[in-house]
Design a protein around this ligand. Structure first.
Ligand SMILES: Nc1ncnc2c1ncn2[C@@H]1O[C@H](COP(=O)(O)OP(=O)(O)OP(=O)(O)O)[C@@H](O)[C@H]1O
Length: 318
């Protein structure tokens, strides 16, 4: 388990020139953050811009310092003294196309980064990671000739070169097309499921978090305001399920409306034969029962369950 316990961090910034030059402002960017990354699990870190996600990842990966709290890598307390040892067990993968040498081949890039870790049997490890990300056949091609997806897969391979137990992914699909992002997600899931890595991922693409994460932390202004499975988080924020039902006739619609009034459902009438029903839980089966028992003919039945996107909008609204 990789663990953050009551982590806090402030940045000190100079005041604007027009104000008192000597005084410095303290800006708290993380406040008592607790977070666990279990091996074999993908953990999501969600938050609006500026919530503190990158700051937290930099601290967890020993790149940045922090003011108070503790970090544990398995049973070891992470300190400045043992960070070299900790770095052997972790790695960071960021999105975008930086951090690779474009004129070198995929193999040469991995050889270079592997040498920095002083890895024994490096060629074998390079073959292994290239095969995990499906780049074995392209290993001798210069990176500048790789597609965006291949470059990002090489970033993942680079992050795996030291065979880390914990992987930190900061926006790993940034700027990638939908289908390439999907492919990257498959590889990320594979890392936890097949290779038992503990993964922490930040992403602005909420479907990504919904699709691959086992557990999610929601960070807002440096504080964890919610955590749990996606279902838990959706429940906590109590977002509504919406059912848009279109019936064949106006008369049937009147019947349904009457039943909704009797059963105290909240609804909006969208047109003479379309109704939007809002419920706090998934009442799909119940609604189907009502429709069946009253012989109502459905043209369309659309269930819109709450999504993480709604939660983020809710946080923003608050
Ligand atoms: N080196 C720094 N000095 C001062 N303030 C900083 C520094 N780095 C980040 N910040 C501030 O800390 C806050 C958190 O930034 P951070 O980059 O961690 O957020 P984030 O959640 O990753 O945002 P984004 O989604 O936009 O990448 C922001 O208000 C940012 O301006």
């Amino acid at each position: 388990m990789y663990k953050a316990e009551n982590l806090s961090k402030s940045y000190i910034s100079k005041r604007k020139f027009s104000q008192l030059l000597k005084k410095r402002d303290k800006k708290k960017v993380l406040n008592n953050v607790n977070l666990n990354i279990e091996k074999g699990k993908v953990i999501g870190l969600l938050g609006l811009n500026g919530a503190g996600k990158t700051s937290l990842i930099k601290i967890l990966t020993t790149i940045s310092s922090y003011d108070s709290g503790k970090i544990y890598c398995d049973d070891m307390v992470v300190t400045p003294k043992n960070k070299i040892e900790v770095r052997k067990k972790i790695n960071l993968i960021t999105g975008g196309e930086r951090n690779l040498y474009w004129r070198l081949s995929g193999y040469e890039n991995l050889r270079y980064f592997g040498t920095l870790y002083n890895i024994k049997a490096l060629d074998e490890r390079i073959d292994e990671v290239l095969s995990i990300v499906g780049l074995t056949d392209s290993k001798n091609i210069p990176v500048e000739k790789y597609s965006k997806g291949m470059k990002q897969r090489l970033q993942i391979a680079k992050g795996l070169i030291n065979n880390p137990e914990y992987l930190f992914l900061d926006e790993p699909t940034l700027g990638l097309d939908v289908h390439i992002s999907k492919e990257i997600r498959t590889y990320i899931r594979k890392l936890s499921e097949d290779y038992n890595k503990g993964v922490l991922i930040t992403s602005h693409i909420l479907e990504e978090i919904e699709e691959i994460c086992d557990y999610v932390y929601v960070l807002n202004r440096g504080e964890i305001i919610s955590e749990g499975s996606i279902a838990d988080i959706l429940m906590e924020f109590k977002k509504e399920h919406s059912f848009k039902i279109t019936l064949h006739s106006k008369r049937e619609m009147e019947i349904l409306k009457e039943i909704m009034d009797q059963e105290s459902y909240s609804y909006d009438i969208c047109s003479e034969n379309t109704i939007n029903i809002l419920t706090l839980e998934n009442n799909e089966l119940e609604l189907h029962r009502i429709i069946r028992e009253n012989n109502l003919n459905i043209m369309y039945f659309i269930h819109k369950p709450p999504k993480l996107e709604d939660i983020i909008m809710e946080i923003e609204r608050r």
